[in-house]
Design a protein around this ligand. Structure first.
Ligand SMILES: [Zn+2]
Length: 290
């Protein structure tokens, strides 16, 4: 948990899942990334689903929602996500219910960020979980997901339409937007062209949630980027820009998928890889699967 002025930031863990290590590290040789993120027998690395919850006065802002319960049997075999109830259990541990969430901000619309918006019933019906929340998405991301222009993007967004279809209140943003006096979104590009980060600033400190620009601490290195990124050069530029902003504003940075850490404070840079001076571990759900 972090406090910034009158704002409290919790790092909810929507569980763990596994993804192909090569896909997560793109052109970085396995020889290098496997030292930091050792793959299992199926070449997959353990990932978290870290979703910051920003509480400020009447505003309860959830950033991203995890995978949810709507993957096919085949996809469950590939990604082996934890049970989908962990996000709601995390809220419950804070004395909050899903209907207390006032805003859900989506960094982008890939399945591991958008899937937890809905609960899919045994009958196949999709019910919004955060029934009172305004769901905040970049308009350009919405357009890519609902009308993908090519086969690669159609595959990347294949899960989004079902999750979005059931929603009542969607707010589409055109670029960087201030949501409350302390919370704003900033478009990063890189992972997807309209991918957005969420920035909290209050009381002389705060947070930048980097989402999939820096999914794990290994991706703090500017040149270590996921094969999923549609524009890796934009990812590199975004990292440099947000790291400088974090240093200048005394802000913490947080990661969408690191299996150990939810957030950290960047140390003054000395070597090639930005290091963390202080860290916040992810909530431990004691996932027992290999
Ligand atoms: Zn992701």
């Amino acid at each position: 948990m972090l406090r910034a002025g009158g704002v409290t930031i919790h790092f909810l863990n929507a569980g763990f899942w596994y993804d192909d290590g090569g896909a997560q590290f793109g052109i970085v040789p396995r020889e290098l990334w496997s030292r930091e993120k050792p793959p299992n027998a199926r070449n997959r690395i353990k990932m978290s689903l870290t979703c910051p919850l920003i509480v400020s006065g009447q505003d309860v802002i959830l950033v991203d929602t995890g995978i949810g319960n709507r993957l096919s049997e085949r996809e469950v075999q590939i990604y082996t996500p934890d049970p989908a109830d962990r996000l709601v259990k995390g809220l419950d541990a804070l004395g909050l219910a899903p209907q207390d969430v006032t805003h859900v901000v989506l960094s982008h619309l890939h399945f591991d960020h958008v899937g937890g918006l809905i609960d899919k019933t045994a009958e196949g019906e999709a019910r919004p979980i955060f029934s009172q929340a305004q769901v905040v998405i970049q308009r350009a991301e919405w357009e890519l997901a609902t009308r993908p222009p090519d086969e690669r993007l159609a595959a990347a967004y294949r899960h989004a339409p079902e999750c979005l279809h059931a929603l009542g209140r969607i707010e589409l943003l055109d670029g960087d937007t201030r949501l409350t006096p302390e919370v704003r979104t900033a478009v990063s590009g890189g992972h997807t062209a309209p991918h957005q980060c969420v920035i909290v600033e209050a009381g002389g400190t705060g947070l930048i949630h980097l989402a999939d620009i820096v999914p794990t601490t290994s991706h703090l290195r500017p040149a270590w980027n996921a094969a999923y990124d549609t524009d890796p050069l934009a990812t590199i530029a975004a990292k440099k820009r947000f790291f400088a902003e974090a240093q200048a504003g005394n802000l913490w940075v947080s990661f969408s998928h690191d299996d150990t850490l939810a957030a950290g404070r960047l140390a003054p840079q000395t070597g090639k890889k930005p290091e963390l001076a202080e860290t916040i571990p992810i909530a431990d759900w004691r996932s027992t699967r290999p």
